[in-house]
Each structure stands twice: as structure tokens, then as C-alpha cells.
Design a protein around this ligand. Structure first.
Ligand SMILES: Cc1ncc(COP(=O)(O)O)c(C=O)c1O
Length: 388
């Protein structure tokens, strides 16, 4: 069976060039980047090269980029590190949108268990956090605001520059989780005006288990990770040299291909949407159509349980998601759609389609060809009378 992968927001396949570079590094560059000798300095040079590529993707200075072990770790380091550094100031209030990834939501909840006040802000029905909502939630106690750049389930892009400005007006720091936007849309940390930003390699064809955090120069973080002086004391632990090199290659490729690939995917995504809306009754798009990352659409199917649809499509060889990978396998409604104010049934009947590099028009044709009958079959099943 020819399988079709439409779950690129969960993860992407490793770019062949990243794999080649990683294989070469694993074979040849075994030095510890902290070692002073030749072997160590070679490994350090590998990391420096990757740091420059990641910095270029973010419009940043390489000296402001810290490699981490994942997007989740970056979110933790940024939020906990900033919070801990600010604890002495007496400010003990953190704010995030209610549609953040668990990496942010649960980090704020952990701070709340330590006596911090955590506020989770609702979004409007298109998934956007309104600047007025943030303005109203900020107090003189607010130390940090964390709002994601693009949402993983619906792809909606937040007005980060404006939100960051509002937070700064109240002297609060601003972090953005850019895990789902990096490599998909242009990022310029200076134009965004944020203090901290997190990305993850495996969302843009790099390896899993590597990420990066951008920290505005001069910003003080108290890293929750204690140990050696790696990454200028921001992230202790011997670096994953091969993983970092793979991330560097993937970052450079994503940067180079962004405009062309973004245009190609958005045309394909829009066609998918239009055909599904036309061919399947009782369907609707969730979230703002713009601004949105080019590869993502989230569609609800009336009277169709999302988990069943996911399984039925998988049997047809088509891989999709009901939202964030962490919550699939459970029947929990999407916290994102819930925060957008959708009724319970709509938060449980939505499917995310996230496109990527290898997808073709023929694959989208196949999806829109099988979808109507698969949905119809499921709807008929639930309509059938229950036998004793
Ligand atoms: C928005 C967002 N933040 C953070 C993460 C976590 O990244 P990682 O898988 O590298 O820990 C993800 C992954 O799904 C994500 O989509």
C-alpha cells in the first residue's frame, strides 16, 4: 500500500543531507567540544557552524543561540530560567495563552505549584489572542508572558510583535514558542521584539531530540539545569554534536527553500480544504485562514468521531492527527478548540492535516477521493440502531 503522510506538525522525516552530515560526524568527530585539544576544537567548530545556520533562520546573532535537547526543554529553560532569575524582584505572575503546547502549559502549572500565579488567556473563535485581552491581564506583578508564534493544531499565527510590545510596556519579559513556525514562515527575532524564543529541529526535517533557544543578549536566565559550563552556562551537559550538526543543515535548507515550499504547500493545502468542504457535508475549517502557517489545516466533520476517522484513514494508508500528538490515543477534547469556544462535539470531531516536503498533488487527490465515503460509512455506523 502506498502510504500518505499528512502529519508533519507531529514530526518530519530527516532531510537526507542532515542524515549524511550526522553520519559523518558520528563516525569522525568524536571529540568533546569542551576539550582544548584538536579533537575537541573540531567538534566545537561543528557546533559553531550549526549555530550560525540556526541564527540565520531566526535573524539572530549566533552568540544568542543556545542548543537544547528538544522544544520542550527549550520552553522549560526559557520560562523557568527567566522566572527563577526574576524571583528576587518579587514579581510572581506568569501569563500564557490557553492554546499553548503542553510544554508551556505544564511549565506554568508547575510554577503555580511553587506559589506563582499563572493566568491562561482565552483566544477568540479564530484562535487569536487579542492584544486587549493580554493588556487587561497584565499587572505590576507580571514577570513573563509566553505566547506561541504558530499553533500546532490549527496553524494560526499570533500577533507576536504587538503582544510583546504590550508586555514590555508593563516591564514583563516575553517568550514565544516558535516550534511550529520555524522553517515554515520567516522569523526575525528583532522584528518580533521578543526576549526568548524556542524551536525544535524535528519539525523542520532535522533530527528528534535537538532544539534551540534564542535569548536576547544581556538577558539573565537562571538555568534550572545545573552542571558544566556548556552553552555559556545556559544548558549544562555535553552537547549532542551530531544532532546539532543535523539541525544546522536542516535549518539552512529550510531557510533556503522557505518561500518556494511555503507557496507550494499553501496552494496544496487550500485545494485540500476547498475539495473537502465541497465533497463532504457538515465540514468546517477551524481557526483563522489567515494568518496561518502554509502547511496546516484543521477541519471538523459533523457527527463523526475524530479518533474513528483517524483510524479509518490509517487503514486507507493515510496518516493524519486529531491535534497534538501528546493527546491522541485519548478521547480528550482538544484544549485548543475548547479555548476557541467550540461546543463539545466540535472539539471531538476535528482532524488536523499537516502537509510537508514529500507530499504531491496526487496524494491530495487520493485523500479527497477516499474521504467522503469513509466519513459516510462512519456516520451510518453511528446512526445504526443499537442491538440488545
Ligand atoms: C508548539 C510546540 N511546542 C513544543 C513542542 C515540543 O517540541 P519537542 O517535541 O521537540 O519536545 C511541540 C511538539 O509537538 C510543539 O508543537
Amino acid at each position: 500500500m502506498q502510504r500518505i503522510y499528512l502529519d508533519h506538525n507531529a514530526t518530519t522525516p530527516l532531510a537526507p543531507a542532515a542524515f549524511d552530515r550526522m553520519a559523518a560526524i558520528l563516525r569522525e568527530e568524536y571529540g568533546n567540544p569542551s576539550s582544548v585539544h584538536h579533537f575537541g576544537q573540531r567538534a566545537k567548530a561543528v557546533i559553531d557552524e550549526a549555530r550560525s545556520a540556526v541564527a540565520a533562520l531566526l535573524g539572530a546573532d549566533p552568540g544568542e543561540v543556545v542548543f537544547t535537547g528538544s522544544g520542550t526543554e527549550g520552553d522549560n529553560l526559557a520560562i523557568r530560567g527567566a522566572a527563577e532569575a526574576l524571583e528576587a524582584s518579587g514579581r510572581r505572575h506568569v501569563i500564557a495563552s490557553a492554546i499553548e503546547h503542553e510544554a508551556v502549559l505544564n511549565t506554568l502549572k508547575a510554577l503555580a505549584r511553587r506559589g506563582w500565579k499563572a493566568t491562561f488567556l482565552p483566544v477568540d473563535e479564530s484562535g487569536i489572542l487579542s492584544p486587549d485581552t493580554l493588556r487587561a491581564a497584565l499587572t505590576d506583578d507580571t514577570a513573563l508572558v509566553s505566547v506561541m508564534h504558530a499553533n500546532n493544531e490549527i496553524g494560526t499565527i499570533q500577533p507576536i510583535a504587538e503582544l510583546a510590545r504590550i508586555a514590555h510596556d508593563r516591564r514583563a519579559l516575553f517568550h514565544t514558542d516558535a516550534v511550529q513556525s520555524a522553517g515554515k514562515i520567516p522569523i526575525d527575532v528583532k522584528a518580533l521584539g521578543v526576549d526568548l524564543l524556542t524551536i525544535s529541529a524535528h519539525k523542520f526535517y532535522g533530527p528528534k531530540g535537538v532544539g534551540a533557544m534564542w535569548i536576547r543578549r544581556g538577558l539573565r536566565l537562571l538555568s534550572p539545569m545545573t552542571g558544566g559550563k556548556q552553552e555559556r552556562g545556559r544548558r549544562a551537559g555535553t552537547e549532542n554534536v551530531a544532532g546539532i550538526a543535523g539541525m544546522g543543515v536542516a535549518a539552512a535548507q529550510a531557510h533556503g527553500k522557505m518561500a518556494g515550499e511555503g507557496a507550494r504547500l499553501s496552494v496544496m493545502r487550500d485545494r485540500l480544504e476547498q475539495q473537502v468542504l465541497e465533497r463532504v457535508s457538515g465540514t468546517a475549517i477551524n481557526g483563522a485562514r489567515t494568518p496561518r502557517v502554509p502547511n496546516t489545516t484543521n477541519i471538523s466533520f459533523d457527527r463523526t468521531e475524530a479518533e474513528s476517522l483517524l483510524i479509518a484513514l490509517d487503514l486507507e494508508g493515510i496518516a493524519v492527527s486529531t491535534g497534538s500528538a501528546c493527546s491522541s490515543g485519548t478521547l480528550e477534547p482538544s484544549h485548543v478548540l475548547k479555548a476557541m469556544g467550540f461546543p463539545a462535539h466540535r472539539t471531538q470531531n476535528s482532524i488536523r492535516f499537516s502537509l510537508g516536503a514529500a507530499n504531491t498533488d496526487a496524494e491530495i487527490d487520493r485523500l479527497v477521493q477516499v474521504l467522503p465515503s469513509v466519513v459516510e460509512k462512519l456516520r451510518n455506523l453511528t446512526r445504526a440502531p443499537v442491538r440488545a
